[in-house]
Write a protein that binds this ligand. Structure first.
Ligand code: ADP
Ligand code: MG
Length: 211
């Protein structure tokens, strides 16, 4: 099934918009209010790192960005289209054609689309520290180099990470705290190269293990 034509329209509008997103797990007496009004717009071609302490709501936001979960309230627009208005079939198309994921195992699942130059490799973090570090270095290879080239080619990237080294590649760094945007810093213009590319070959194995 083709995407609705308005999904494919080109323009200057942000490719992703979160508008006052709340997420409440287990609504009722034992409810957990995790996202407390997240509003942000991501421009086409940007490279955004989402950071924040464990429990700040990164994974919850990631699941919503990836259309794997829905907000309790608020709107999520992809290319101007309210995701809540899409049928299951259209949503499946969006997941398949617009969104790419890097899961914890870092098996990159990439789909490309002639309809849009949008891709969202998303990093799940939160494993043990030493392993996390090692995997983060692996992720650098993916998001910093391989996907750095993707970004240079105009793809939009949102990564979620604990790692400063990963965030160092990003053009914009957003920090979550207790379900809210605590800071939002632009480090490089949307148009142009990511700010820093690490030469992985310069990293010795013991440097990786020692960190
Ligand atoms: P982060 O990825 O930043 O560590 P999460 O989004 O995983 O944060 O979790 C944020 C908060 O939401 C945590 O307090 C977590 O325990 C809680 N939480 C996450 N998923 C669920 C769920 N399915 N049911 C209830 N609480 C949840
Ligand atoms: Mg998490």
């Amino acid at each position: 099934m083709p995407l609705p034509t308005h999904v494919t329209a080109e323009g200057d509008r942000p490719v992703l918009v979160l508008d006052d997103i709340h997420k409440i797990y287990n609504p009722g007496p034992l409810q957990v209010h995790v996202l407390k009004g997240i509003s942000l717009a991501v421009e086409r071609g940007d490279y955004v790192a989402i950071m924040g302490h464990s429990g700040s709501g990164k994974s919850t936001m990631l699941n919503i960005l990836g259309c794997l979960d829905v907000p309790s309230s608020g709107k999520y627009l992809i290319d101007g289209v309210d995701v809540a208005q899409l049928t299951e079939a259209e949503l499946a198309d969006v997941r398949n054609q617009f969104l790419g994921f890097v899961f914890q195992s870092f098996n990159l699942v990439r789909r490309t689309s002639a309809l849009a130059n949008v891709e969202l490799p998303l990093v799940y973090a939160g494993v043990a520290k030493s392993e996390r570090r090692r995997r983060a270095i692996t992720a650098l290879g993916l998001v910093g180099l391989e996907d750095g080239r993707l970004n240079a080619a105009g793809r939009t990237i949102v990564i979620i990470t604990h790692e400063d080294d990963v965030a160092a590649h990003a053009k914009r760094v957003i920090t979550l705290a207790d379900g809210r945007v605590a800071s939002d810093h632009r480090k490089a213009p949307v148009a142009g190269e990511p700010p820093r590319l690490i030469d992985l070959t310069a990293l010795e194995d013991d440097e990786v293990a020692a960190s």
